[in-house]
Design a protein around this ligand. Structure first.
Ligand code: HEC
Length: 199
């Protein structure tokens, strides 16, 4: 600013804007610092990671019994295996898809001899197969390399107890003996033609 006399016109003008210097007030800074320090001291003093009563209270035994627990713990769950491995084709209803995937509900193959069902599950089927009087000609995958005896027995037993089926459960031992007897086989059963012999 110069000391030249202010004219009337100049006197009417507002002063030029200028930036105020407004630092964070010291009391606010002190308060924030105090809160941070308190928080750190509190966490260190309370040591929440060293108090077992705040942790996961489940014991090993609880976890082993939990549904879906991994290998070795619980028995194989036929319903879960069916949902994961079979339902995509044979449907959750067990009715299959007409003309494409044969039904398991009321199927003579499912409710027949345990060895027959075990054979089908272990090696799969292809070619013409008649189910409840209707012909199917598709490919059923083999499960011998994907499911162990216990899992196959569980899913077979599940299928024999669902959708109005009334076959007796199949023990894992039956699957094991069929697996052994047919060990040399590396192609699927050729539908009716070949399975009739097992039937
Ligand atoms: C990729 C589709 C597919 C999957 C997955 C599948 N199947 Fe099949 N399944 C078929 C087809 C197709 C046939 C008929 C094969 C043929 O026409 O020769 C069949 C036939 C069968 C048969 C004999 C015919 C009947 O309807 O009774 C049984 C039993 C059977 N499957 C059970 C199972 C079980 C149990 C599973 C799961 C572990 C399973 N399948 C998984 C497609 C599938």
């Amino acid at each position: 600013m110069s000391d030249a006399p202010v004219t009337r016109q100049e006197g009417r003008e507002k002063g030029d804007p200028y930036e105020l210097e407004t630092p964070i007030p010291a009391p606010v800074l002190a308060l924030v610092a105090a809160m941070v320090a308190f928080g750190m001291a509190y966490i260190l003093a309370a040591a929440p990671d060293q108090r077992p009563e705040l942790g996961d209270q489940r014991t090993l035994a609880d976890l082993a019994a939990a549904p879906g627990a991994k290998a070795g713990a619980a028995k194989a769950d036929g319903a879960a295996i069916y949902a994961a491995r079979c339902a995509a084709c044979h449907q959750a209803s067990g009715l299959g898809l007409p003309g494409v995937f044969p039904p398991l509900a009321g199927s003579e193959w499912v409710n027949g001899k345990p060895e027959l069902l075990a054979s089908i599950l272990l090696h799969g089927v292809q070619g013409r197969i008649t189910v409840k009087g209707l012909a199917f000609d598709g490919v059923m995958p083999a499960f011998k390399d994907q499911l162990d005896d216990e899992s196959l027995a569980a899913v077979a037993s599940y299928a024999r107890a669902q959708w109005g089926n009334a076959g007796a459960p199949i023990p894992a031992g039956t699957v094991a003996s069929v697996r052994e007897k047919t060990a040399s086989r590396d192609t699927p059963w050729q539908g009716d033609a070949e399975l009739a012999a097992v039937k």
